[in-house]
Design a protein around this ligand. Structure first.
Ligand code: MCN
Length: 768
């Protein structure tokens, strides 16, 4: 990378390649009456135009989707077909309708304008709540009322009973705004077909080849082993590079049809219309309290916007990840979660850093804060009173999951201490003296990381070269998480070889490594654990070789610092000399056992200042105390937390994808309209470890890649509202952008306060 030799997807060029351009739907919902490609085919350089009908004629199938949980009464998730190129009907602005292939990318783009599509417009709906209304436009045959799944988790009866006993009930509804992932590298792909072996190769920006292979195999109608996915540098993933996409399948089909590679490089504007988006969830929450401020029960109802089709992880984020930590860090056994997964005429939504857990954490931690304020109790004291005490681990939560270990009390106490929580009034006064409103917010979050149920196991391969350099092959892809460093640290730590002699590779041509891609903050505890086991296996394999070399029994040997020693003597042989003398014998191919979920948790405290004249919010202090289990590399963990916290701050303070309700167009389709967070968004950010190692994986590690987002979103919003309370505002919700904050302040000043938050929704029937 430093020498400029890093290869992103658009850096790959294959001999004889043609270039593709996708013609996309310019309207949200319409029947395709006819497509005329004749003028386009006559344009200079044009090789072919492929439509949905062509793909269907070639036997191409729907993109698949995971169905992790059933709905009420065992109902199945409804999965309508998701074609790679629209057939008969388009359902969102940006949906690929045709792939134009030409000798150059510019020729393909020009020719796309000559494709004539005759549409018959249909009524469209972009909001999930609207799509559920009687008479709403219907997106798919076989999905009545646009409802893909009516999901219920937890214990509804126990929860209702807790609410009947409550001395006080506090409610909070919120809309979790829709966001665009926006990795730095716009999506691109180069597809190739090898007729001799009947196999496809795809160069793609991906978080891991195995997921892509598994998802594309049923679409293309080949075994997963017939698909190779290559990715060297990937400019960011953030969850939206986890799944395969229609475009990837279409360029592979095109490569097969034409017998030559096809390359497509998306633009930033295209990514606003073509990458999976995230969140867009309306929720309603309710908490039941007793006289002493103890939580008796909580219930949440989510209305989740799936977009026009079910993305592979679309149902996952809105079911499993909304219930797996439904009671948060609190000792409460009466919790229920319901969610309705709804189709609308928008871009499909899917996993995005946190993948449902930030939504769950936001619902819990905003509600808990609201409850503390409602009973006039310090939010830190209220939380402390309700935490799962250390004496109760392992703690089984009502939705079936188990927190194996933790020290929630110690984490919160440390956050209170380190953030100087008690001296807040002095800081508030000091800010007020400068004309600024100051607020303090807390969140005590927990999330499930790591189960990685998409692959049967994780594989790691360790291969030595003749010079004693080691290459590690992993199924997970590194695109900013520092795997080259941490996996190498783990292996070097066991083998005692120089860390700089270790290389990491994943997603390489002609090699299939089974396992989970990068996602769910599981790479360290899943793949990292297998690296540890593989390194230990190398030491074991070297034992007979060392014994032979030293003419002694294996039992007389010990291994440390890269050498085998005859115990109690100075006779020794280095691992590297055995590697060089026995080519291939010390390579290792290891498959690890499936690891379970881990439960990273923490307590975050944010201090914000609001400038009343402009509505600008600044995060002026942030203290994060996190339990990520055993830490392999603090600097990397700190970087991951900084990134996650800033990403969460970006979502709260500005990011929002907005659709026009009337036209179904994405109004925030470029960086002119969509606020991307900046690195400087969170000032004075401190990340402190509070490790409680888990027994659920050999490393004792818990995931960190997403925890920052899960912790920071409710924390910062709680702080903003706390600041606004100083101006008499009691209800406000994300996005806390300048315009909305200023609007709320102006309304409060004028004596006609307006709620900059969703209205309280009528309670779902099952709650009463
Ligand atoms: N680590 C550690 N000690 C721990 C836990 C983790 O040293 N106790 C290290 C790991 O070795 C690894 C890093 O921290 O180098 C992150 O590890 P982990 O929590 O296992 O997460 P993953 O590597 O699986 O990364 C996935 C996670 C996800 S799901 C998203 S989304 C995300 C994220 O990581 N996308 C990112 N962080 C990102 N960072 C960058 N720069 N770019 C993205 O797209």
């Amino acid at each position: 990378m430093l020498q400029g030799r890093g290869r992103y997807v658009s850096d790959w060029d294959l001999p004889g390649q043609a270039h593709g351009h996708f013609l996309r739907a310019d309207r949200p919902h319409a029947r395709i009456a006819a497509i005329d490609t004749s003028a386009a085919l006559a344009m200079p350089g044009v090789v072919a135009v492929i439509t949905g009908a062509d793909a269907a004629a070639d036997g191409m199938q729907s993109l698949p989707a995971a169905a992790p949980m059933k709905g009420r009464g065992g109902a199945e998730l409804l999965k309508p077909p998701h074609p790679m190129l629209a057939i008969d009907r388009v359902r969102y602005v940006g949906e690929p309708v045709a792939l134009v292939i030409a000798e150059t990318a510019a020729q393909a783009q020009d020719a796309a304008e000559a494709v004539v599509i005759e549409y018959e417009d249909l009524a469209a709906v972009v909001g999930a709540a609207d799509a559920l209304l009687p008479g709403a436009p219907q997106l798919h045959d076989g999905v009545p009322g646009n409802l893909a799944l009516d999901f219920a988790g937890g214990d509804e009866a126990a929860t209702s009973e807790a609410f009947r006993r409550a001395a006080r009930v506090v409610t909070l509804s919120a809309y979790h705004t829709r966001v665009v992932g926006n990795p730095m590298e716009p999506r691109a792909g180069v597809g190739a077909w090898d007729g001799a072996t009947g196999s496809y190769t795809l160069y793609a920006c991906t978080q891991g080849a195995s997921a892509m292979r598994g998802q594309m195999a049923p679409v293309l109608g080949v075994a997963p082993e017939k698909i190779f996915v290559v990715a060297e540098e990937v400019g960011g993933g953030f969850g939206v590079r986890f799944n395969t996409y229609p475009e990837y399948c279409a360029i592979l089909l095109a490569a097969k049809r034409l017998g030559r590679p096809v390359k497509w490089v998306g633009t930033r504007s295209e990514m606003f219309l073509a990458d999976e988006q995230a969140r867009d969830i309306l929720h309603q929450g309710e908490i039941a309290l007793d006289e002493a401020g103890r939580i008796l029960g909580m219930r949440f109802d989510f209305t989740c916007n799936l977009g026009a089709y079910l993305a592979f992880t679309g149902a996952f984020v809105n079911t499993v990840n909304l219930v797996n930590v439904a009671s948060g860090v609190y000792d409460v056994q009466a919790v229920s979660v319901t969610a309705r997964l709804v189709f609308t005429n928008t871009i499909p939504t899917a996993a995005y850093r946190g993948a449902g857990r930030p939504v769950s954490s936001y619902a819990i931690e905003r509600l808990v804060d609201e409850a503390a304020h409602a009973i006039d109790m310090d939010p830190a004291v209220f939380r402390r009173r309700n935490l799962v005490p250390n004496s109760k681990f392992p703690y089984k939560i009502i939705t079936g999951f188990e927190y194996d270990c933790g020290d929630f009390e110690g984490v919160l106490d440390k956050a209170v201490r380190e953030s100087d929580w008690a001296a807040f009034d002095a800081r508030r006064k000091e800010s007020a003296a400068r004309g600024r409103l100051r607020g303090r917010g807390m969140s005590a979050y927990i999330e499930a990381s790591g189960a990685g149920g998409f692959a049967p196991y994780d594989q790691a391969t360790l291969e030595w070269d003749a010079e004693g350099r080691l290459t590690l092959y992993a199924p997970s892809h590194n695109h900013g998480q520092g795997h080259e460093t941490t996996y190498a640290q783990i292996v070097a730590g066991v083998l005692g070889v120089p860390i700089e002699s270790i290389r990491l590779k994943s997603s390489v041509p002609d090699r299939i490594i089974t396992g989970n891609p990068t996602g769910g903050s599981r790479s360290l505890l899943g793949v990292g654990s297998v690296m540890l086991l593989a390194a230990r296996d190398v030491v074991k394999k070297g034992l007979p070789l060392a014994a032979e070399e030293l003419e002694t029994a294996e039992a007389d040997l010990e291994f440390g610092e890269g050498e085998y020693r005859v115990k109690g003597t100075d006779r020794r042989v280095s691992l590297l000399s055995l590697v060089k003398g026995n080519p291939g014998k010390l390579d290792c191919d290891m498959t690890g056992q499936k690891v379970g979920s881990t439960f990273p948790n923490g307590c975050h405290v944010a201090g914000v200042e609001v400038e009343p004249e402009t509505g600008e919010v600044e995060v002026v202090r942030y203290t994060a105390v996190d339990d990520a289990g055993t830490i392999v590399n603090h600097q990397i963990v700190e970087g991951q937390m900084q990134g996650g916290i800033t990403q969460g701050a970006g979502h709260i303070l500005g990011e929002q994808a907005v659709y026009d309700r009337d036209t179904g167009q994405l109004l925030t389709g470029s960086f002119m309209d969509y606020t991307m967070p900046r690195a400087i968004l969170v000032d004075n950010l401190r990340v402190l470890d509070h490790p409680v190692p888990t027994q659920t994986n050999p490393l004792g590690a818990k995931g960190v890649g997403e925890a920052g987002v899960t912790g920071s979103m409710p924390c910062i919003m709680n702080a903003v509202l706390d600041a606004l309370r100083g101006a008499g505002i009691t209800r406000f919700d994300m996005p806390a952008n300048q315009q909305r904050v200023w609007g709320a302040l102006q309304a409060a000043k004028s004596g006609k306060p307006r709620a900059f938050a969703v209205d309280d929704l009528p309670p779902p029937a099952t709650w009463r």
